[in-house]
Design a protein around this ligand. Structure first.
Ligand code: GLA
Length: 409
């Protein structure tokens, strides 16, 4: 999902608040599509993760923020006993009979995300007897790894919850979204993206413990600095199988480690760095060892980074961001030449506090903390070095940290 046509401003800094369609325009589009008015309008944001990558499905902490851009969803009941899905970003229109058990749609249909959420309501015993008309529009950059799919899942959960009066809490909405991603998109993702989309708060990051789902909102006040997202324009493909392979490799690492005298641990995040070091040479599978080394190190880095930020030590936070990227590059092997080129170019710029890939990897975006006075230089130098190394053009966005899912009308 995304609005590639609108956001394609290569080499220029982009302020995303400019890419808001008026709600009246969205309502008009709904009326034209379905010949009746929308009953309600909802929004759920994309996310960017500051640190804590590939730790969520290993039981560790993550530290994401909701963004000011995301997915808008308009909904109304209909009389034709169908769930009808349309998007203003993509041409495909899907209609599903309300009496048929929803199944995954072929050809990576975008409607798998909302339909997968309908299926979760049904699976949890909620009856959906009415037909519904749905129109979605997103302003998340396409293929950028900023969780447009999670935003679509969560906004659907929020809208259905409101229409059906099921009173889900936001964490349950996130869990429905995650289950939809597993069952209808085939990605065995952790909870981070959907949780950030559901629970985000303006100008805060979420310190989420992915084992207990307890969380703390941490204010992000960066005096004289900005969070800059840089898009590789090398599409991140979460459904490519490489993500699910990493999840499986972590499970393999866990079972090897449990057999080495750590049968009490339930996930890799429970292994301390010193315990890992004491058995690292005994892990027979070299790939499993590398994956575990990343996770154990990233869990420690994330906890240290959050503590450093709370103490106002942004320099240490930045160093840990850089170390996170290196570990994702060397041990987790999810960066690739484009993300490495962006991060390394950023590290060369005076005034960059830290820079790393963000999200699942294999393309997508980096996130950098940059001093205000260095931003122009950052864009100039990173653009130049990136294009020289890859032949591609990068886009830059100043991250505006927004609220989680909400009803707009
Ligand atoms: C994707 C997944 C998340 C998380 C990140 C990596 O965004 O959806 O659950 O695993 O990758 O941190």
């Amino acid at each position: 999902m995304g609005s590639e046509n609108i956001l394609y401003l290569c080499g220029k800094i982009i302020n995303h608040s400019h890419f808001i369609m008026e709600i009246s325009q969205l309502k008009q589009a709904f009326l034209e599509a379905y010949n009746h008015d929308a009953a309600a309008v909802f929004f759920s944001p994309g996310r960017v993760n500051l640190i804590g990558e590939h730790t969520d499905y290993n039981g560790g902490h993550v530290f994401p923020c909701a963004l000011s851009f995301g997915i808008y969803l308009l909904i109304a009941p209909n009389d034709c006993k169908q769930w009808r899905f349309r998007s203003l970003n993509l041409p495909e229109i899907i209609s599903i009979d309300v009496t048929s058990a929803p199944r995954k749609l072929p050809n990576n249909s975008w409607a798998n995300y909302p339909l997968g959420v309908f299926a979760q309501f049904l699976k949890n015993g909620v009856r959906i007897e009415s037909g519904y008309d749905i129109l979605a529009w997103g302003n998340v950059p396409a293929g950028a790894g900023l969780s447009s799919s999670a935003a679509l899942e969560v906004v659907t959960a929020y809208a259905l919850d409101t229409m059906l009066g099921t009173h889900l809490d936001r964490t349950q909405m996130a869990l429905y979204g995650q289950a939809a991603e597993h069952d209808f998109a085939g990605v065995n993702c952790g909870i981070m993206d959907q949780f950030a989309s559901a629970q985000g708060k303006q100008d805060h990051a979420i310190d989420l413990d992915c084992t207990t789902l307890q969380y703390e909102l941490v204010p992000i006040k960066l005096d004289g600095m900005k969070v800059v997202i840089t898009n590789t324009h090398s599409p991140h493909k979460l459904d490519s199988g490489a993500y699910n392979t990493r999840v499986a490799q972590c499970q393999e690492a866990l079972s090897q480690i449990r057999a080495l005298g750590f049968s009490h641990i339930e996930n890799l995040a429970q292994l301390s760095q010193s315990d890992f070091d004491s058995i690292a040479d005994l892990i027979s599978d070299p790939v499993a060892k590398m994956r575990a080394r990343h996770v154990v190190g990233e869990v420690a880095r994330t906890n240290e980074a959050i503590a450093a930020l709370k103490q106002g030590n942004i320099t240490r936070f930045g160093q840990l961001m850089n170390l996170s990227h290196i570990s994702l590059r060397d041990d987790y092997e999810v960066t690739g030449p484009q993300l490495d080129a962006l991060a390394e170019a950023a590290w060369h710029v005076d005034g960059v506090i830290g820079s790393r890939m963000t999200g699942g990897g294999f393309g997508g975006c980096t996130i950098s903390i940059v001093r205000d006075k260095a931003i122009d230089l950052f864009i100039e130098q990173v653009s130049k070095e990136y294009t020289q190394r890859t032949g591609l053009k990068a886009d830059f966005y100043i991250a505006q940290i927004g609220d989680g899912a909400k009803q707009l009308e």
